[in-house]
Design a protein around this ligand. Structure first.
Ligand SMILES: Nc1ncnc2c1ncn2[C@@H]1O[C@H](COP(=O)(O)OP(=O)(O)O)[C@@H](O)[C@H]1O
Ligand SMILES: N[C@@H](CCC(=O)OP(=O)(O)O)C(=O)O
Length: 381
């Protein structure tokens, strides 16, 4: 019933630029927790190849816990939280060592990024993580992301990498999130218990009926199951990000997806929606102060629909705010042009207003950023 929509949206998938790929435990380890080198080798080769084609790839990798179980020779994941954390700590190092080596074979630089839920909700950490990710991506580095399992328990945990990947996709302004699993996509029921279940090709809305078809994790080392994939899909869709669930058994599927072939299940993004982050910046966050810009900068903001705000274009600063707070950007007449997340607090911004980039450090003793507000953290109203 969705064939027309599918054909249309899949062709758009071939055009996307920034892509998050999430690999589940079942994709990169064997059931005994040992590493599946062939899979990781292929993942490294294909992701590097896509990066070389001009895509900007980000990897969210599970498997630390299982790799730790394998390395410690345990029969199963420990039941205790410290036991699970210790396994993840042992396994994360192993995983990164392998990724570094195998991506390195193809000349691709990777970076380890470990995140927790608090990094996603705290403005400062969010801004830091976002800025650092943007920088890595602009350097052509592939960030490899996992939850920081050792410090995150219960309420501090995102809990599963399906949801983490959707959060990362939003954090990094990605266009597409690909969840690779041990199953071809979303079925009309859990195929493990309902052999007659059929694969769903396109989902335009995750309804309660669809959620009711999803069961828990399918293999003993996995944690998420279809339910967390659907939660991730809902978040991605409302952030304007497409999400595809596909089978990671043969990683050539990544190329097929990127060619726009109709594999797996596509969750269609709501195009009219502002990115989740932008929405939050523009309408959800408290405005802590004002930054007044000169006519040249105001004109650039109006004409280009967005640009970074450098101190040299700022003529006034009002209010009391910290770096990471949301501020309103006004023209000389007091019209609000944009809202954005500032890299400097009010006091320092007041000291560097009107200054060239080269003068920032001499004025305030440090320079973490050239921009007062980076264009990626700015929404033009
Ligand atoms: N409606 C459904 N469609 C597809 N898979 C389902 C569904 N409900 C439950 N599942 C289960 O979800 C599993 C995939 O999730 P999971 O085991 O967490 O793997 P991963 O390690 O890839 O995250 C499938 O193997 C399947 O058993
Ligand atoms: N952070 C955990 C992964 C948790 C997780 O979501 O696992 P999975 O369901 O296999 O994607 C680890 O690396 O073991």
């Amino acid at each position: 019933m969705h064939r027309g929509v599918d054909a249309m949206d899949r062709s758009k998938i071939a055009e996307v630029k920034r892509v998050v790929v999430k690999v589940g435990t079942s994709t990169i380890t064997y059931p005994n927790g040992k590493i599946n080198y062939e899979k990781i080798e292929k993942l490294a080769r294909i992701m590097t190849d896509l990066q070389n084609q001009g895509k900007e790839m980000i990897l969210v990798s599970s498997g630390a816990g299982a790799a730790g179980v394998g390395r410690m020779g345990l029969e199963a994941k420990p039941a205790s939280i410290p036991g699970k954390q210790a396994c993840a700590a042992v396994g994360q190092g192993i995983l990164m060592h392998i990724y570094e080596r195998l991506f390195g074979e193809y000349g691709q630089v990777v970076a380890q990024v470990l995140l927790t839920k608090s990094d996603m909700v705290n403005r400062h950490s969010y801004a830091n993580a976002r800025n650092a990710l943007q920088e890595m991506i602009s350097w052509g580095v592939i960030p490899i992301i996992n939850e920081n399992d050792v410090v995150a328990i219960d309420e501090f945990k995102i809990g599963d990498n399906d949801n983490l990947s959707a959060l990362v996709a939003s954090l990094a302004d990605a266009d597409l999130d690909i969840l690779l699993s041990d199953i071809d996509g979303l079925y009309t029921a859990n195929p493990k218990t309902h052999p007659e279940a059929r694969l769903v090709s396109v989902v335009e809305e995750v309804t309660p009926e669809i959620e009711a078809t999803a069961g828990g994790a399918g293999s003993k080392n996995a944690t998420g199951g279809m339910l967390t994939k659907l939660q991730a899909a809902k978040n991605a869709m409302s952030a304007g990000i497409a999400l595809i669930i596909a089978n990671g058994e043969d990683l050539e599927i990544l190329r097929k997806i990127m060619r726009g072939e109709p594999v797996g299940t596509l969750f269609v993004p709501r195009e009219s929606h502002l990115r989740f982050r932008n929405q939050w910046l523009a309408f959800g966050s408290r405005i802590s102060g004002k930054v007044i810009v000169d006519e040249g900068l105001a004109k650039a903001l109006r004409q280009k629909g967005g640009c970074s705000i450098l101190p040299v274009g700022i003529t006034g600063v009002e209010g009391s705010f910290e770096s990471g707070d949301t501020v309103s950007v006004l023209d000389q007449e007091g019209h609000e042009l944009a809202r954005g997340m500032t890299n400097y607090n009010a006091e320092d911004l007041d000291l560097i207003k009107g200054c060239r980039t080269s003068q920032i450090e001499e004025k305030i003793g440090y320079k973490h950023y050239d921009e007062a507000i980076h264009r990626d953290n700015l929404v033009v109203l």
